[in-house]
Write a protein that binds this ligand. Sequence first.
Ligand code: ADP
Ligand code: ZN
Ligand code: ZN
Length: 677
Amino acid sequence: MLDTIKKPLILRVAVPSPLRHTFDYLLPKDYNPTNIMPGIRVLVPFGKREIIGVVLEIVTESKSEPAKLKAALTVLDNEPLLPKSILDLISWTSKYYHHPIGDVISNALPNLLREATRKKKIEDENNEYKLSKEFQAKPKTIQLNEHQKQAIDAVKKHLNEFKAFLLDGITSSGKTEVYLRVIAEIIAAHKQALVLVPEINLTPQTIARFAECFAVPIAVFHSRLTPKERLHSWLMAKNGVASIVIGTRSAIFTPLKNPGIIIIDEEHDLSFKQQSGLRYSARNLAIIRGKLENIPVILGSATPCLESIYNVKRKRYIELTLPERAGGLAIHPSFHLVDMRNQKLKHGIAENLLHPIKKHLANQGQVLIFINRRGFAPILICHHCGWVAGCKHCDARLTIHQKKRQLRCHHCDMFEKIPPKCPKCSDENLLSLGSGTERVEATLQELLPEAKLIRIDRDTTRRKNSLETMLKNIHNKEYQILVGTQMLAKGHHFPDVTMVAVLNVDQGLFSADFRSSEHLAQLVMQVAGRAGRAEKPGEVYLQTHNPQHPLLLNLINGGYTSFVNNCLEERQAAQLPPYSYLALLHAESKEQAAALKFLAQIRTGAEKSLTNIIKLFGPIPAVMERKAGHFRAQLLLQSQNRETLQQALDILLKTIDELKPKHSLRWFLDVDPVELY
Ligand code: ADP
Ligand code: ZN
Ligand code: ZN
């Protein structure tokens, strides 16, 4: 009979396109249909171009008329390039973040595998990665302490199933040692470990520490890899050659032949959330992937994020704690508030902060001064008429960079020469207000002429290896005072630093972002963790105009846990995350008010279809309304229920589709945003 004639197979293909759906193609005429499988790449005609897509499904019915379907040009792989678990992870990501699946795949595949010019099959290259000789492992004979043993035993019980662990251990409590011992078990079982770290922590020392312990190939992923190096690492992971895969955020999509465990170190770090394009959280995806692969996941931090702590309270994660610095003799740093009120200030440094600095220097200690702002000063003002140097493209002031004689915008790429006189009234008396790292360095040098200072921020570490060299010189005690930004707060341990000072704590206390107090607490604890060793305990000084502030008192007297409990109560009262879920629709346009108008239309259009469980806020202008020439606005959605929020986002996207916004209007959706825009 006619209808039993075999229907042709149709390939459902994800292509790199901003469209939110897949495209159907027929198989090339001469291709043996039994060989096709999901996860295989195909070269397909797309408009006037030929592009590479990935087969997601093989079906027999298409929404398009069969006669209109085009055939794929070439099948590029003999076997799936992406295994089922990664295809599932990609689909999940696309649905959850409401992001075009083709673009999710672009995030997951190395460039060289996505370029249409590269029609060559890749199998022949796979053989390169045979291990030449046995990376000689010398397992150090560290005697684990009881807390470490308990943590390792707890994970060992669940090596063959999904389980999420929060390894909550203060800085230098031996978290890495726990990872290493667990990884040893994974390797012994011929499985692979995927380790994610913040970009700033992925130093040669980190990799060396893993390489030192295990004589196995390690695949490394970071943003400075060449396309070829990236492909090599990727294939080593996919083919099971690398037993350990270490990378930053995007490594979460790396296929593993024999997945064994996922570890996220410094899980609270904001770098795990991508802030452009596909706005995914690698921490969340790690949990999803753990479930899909049925393997354990360890999230480790000295200052876990509130979401993770809440998940422990809800019994979703198992908590493992390392409360003491490893190796006995543990002494926690002591905290002190420096009351700046009515103090003589020298460019943001209180006179009463100088005494402890001098004391520590006299005792041969190093001093770390943290300030969250680079450049010389954040404001250039005319003393005569009050003119302030602002950015032409942003609602922002220009930062003075004295050494370069430049004014720079820290929000777009704009920079210009420092003007010799006021552009408005021509007066020559221009003042610099406030302080950044450059000025703090200069001021301290003036106040302490004998001391040797080094400044570490994005400006002083631009050149390759400059940070490495600086860190080496700090360890060699060539410097006594270290002035720096975030870069000093993370990742590195300075055993000879006995004093840490945080200059502008108040900034974190009075920000518009509800997460700012959480981030301040994390920062303070992380900076504090840089200092001291057993025989040289550290002291931490926090400069503030608000020495009675309950948050500060709670943090320094009760520690991070006590602070978090307090903070969670506040979040619960306000029904903010983790007690609710947020999503943000952001829009921007060069035309003033266009973004606000667009969002208002979306809100009106979508509102009638939304349940009242969804709360809508806005549209309101962004905190910085104009940035890089665009006027920005946002609409915030809040719900107690993730499902309801997801449905609301579908409705929102449908409304946007129907409205067909002009090309000049840019918009994006951010699910679980971590920062305000
Ligand atoms: P974290 O990752 O929590 O910052 P690490 O694992 O890097 O801590 O440990 C800090 C230091 O203490 C390292 O030099 C490590 O070798 C050492 N260490 C870890 N565990 C022990 C232990 N049980 N006994 C002695 N030293 C230890
Ligand atoms: Zn003037
Ligand atoms: Zn700007």
